[in-house]
Design a protein around this ligand. Structure first.
Ligand SMILES: [Fe+2]
Ligand SMILES: [Fe+2]
Length: 254
């Protein structure tokens, strides 16, 4: 006779996980929306954060296909990707990893994920801060000067940690990531001054100085990657970004 039990149970488990994944995605969006308090500037940031989270999930899916990983680990890194920036509004930038890990713990327990899974997701979220050395390390230094509090970022250890870190860094190295850095530099007084100073010192335009520092951040992020497949993808991104930079700077000169 036919044995229906095995395939039916598999399907049930899969759809249960899909269901929880969708609940987690909605949860992150809800947290963001609640934090905007109707501020239009923050609402725009929400869109950006949502897009970033989608990008990370896509990178994670791409990288997990190329790297050797167990189905269990693939599931864990997917959960971590969805939740990794949940605290972006609720905590200072340098602390969103720690705070996000706590929020993830509460939510995952609520959805009955087992202790081990919860711990692995928490670890990956706490260890996703980067690039280190580079931007995030500098932010921690500034934070210490301002508050006296020293922040030590735990570094990626497991395959899951490394994959999440790499996916997050790839979003910074992608052309969209670099363009985001350019916009931030153009609209933040301290960065604008920094780029003006570099331009005067090097005899280049401010636009060129801005591109240089954005590309520098992208190269720092690329240097800090762990997995081979992320390194390959980063290399392609950087070629693309260099070409784009050349084209848009030449256009300005012409
Ligand atoms: Fe983050
Ligand atoms: Fe992120």
């Amino acid at each position: 006779m036919f044995n229906f039990e095995y395939p039916l149970r598999e399907t049930k488990i899969e759809s249960e996980l899909e269901n929880k994944i969708n609940l987690l995605k909605d949860y992150v969006k809800e947290v963001y929306l609640k934090s905007t308090e109707g501020d239009p500037k923050k609402e725009m940031q929400v869109e950006e954060f949502n897009r970033h989270n989608e990008d990370i999930l896509n990178f994670v899916e791409e990288l997990t296909e190329k790297e050797e990983m167990s189905p269990e680990d693939k599931e864990t890194v997917k959960l971590a990707a969805i939740l990794h920036d949940v605290a972006k509004f609720n905590a200072p930038l340098v602390k969103h990893g720690f705070e996000g890990a706590k929020m993830a713990e509460t939510k995952l327990k609520e959805l009955n994920f087992n202790e081990e899974k919860v711990q692995q997701v928490k670890n990956a979220i706490e260890r996703h801060m980067g690039p280190i050395p580079g931007f995030m390390a500098n932010e921690a230094k500034k934070w210490e000067e301002k508050t006296g509090e020293k922040i030590e970022f735990p570094r990626p250890k497991s395959t899951v940690d490394k994959l999440l870190y790499d996916a997050d860094m790839l979003s910074l190295i992608s052309l969209r990531g670099i363009q985001k850095i350019l916009t931030i530099r153009e609209n933040t007084d301290v960065f604008q001054e920094e780029d003006e100073k570099t331009a005067a010192k090097e005899g280049i335009t401010v636009e060129e100085a801005r591109w240089r520092s954005a590309l520098k951040s992208a190269y720092e992020a690329a240097d800090s990657l762990f997995t081979e497949s992320a390194k390959r993808k980063a290399y392609q991104f950087l070629i693309e970004a260099e070409e784009f930079a050349k084209k848009s700077l030449n256009k300005k000169v012409a």
